[in-house]
Design a protein around this ligand. Sequence first.
Ligand code: FES
Length: 150
Amino acid sequence: MEVSKIDSIIEQYGARESALLAILQDIQAKENYLPKDALEYVSQKMHIPLVRIFRIATFYNALSLKPRGLHKIDVCLGTACHVRGGSKILEKIERDLGVSVGETTKDNRFTLESVRCIGCCSLGPVAVVDGKVFGRLGQDKVSGLLKEFK
Ligand code: FES
């Protein structure tokens, strides 16, 4: 990521530690992940230890140290979704995309993750694609869902 782009993000929020999360979110939004060299630059520029930045970068699910695909799929494996077949939905998506949880498809189209309860338990099993919730999923609906995002 170009240094000038990082500088303009930092300028927008101010080089305060309290703005660090917002700055990392903006970098994530522009690059689809947090490149290591960008984090090192933020650390130097804002005088914040790199280890503290990595702690934040790994704590929030919305941030990623690995490049993500164009579309992010989160399959809920919380208790309510699990008992309604959430893990079967996950297995079907893994088979259809040829990836495991935490991986990105070779064409960089999808990144697959699992989550623990997103608060829509009555709709279970649920998956979230790019922030949009899809409920009452069955294995028969997975292929159609994925086609919507191809
Ligand atoms: S357990 Fe899946 S939304 Fe609550």
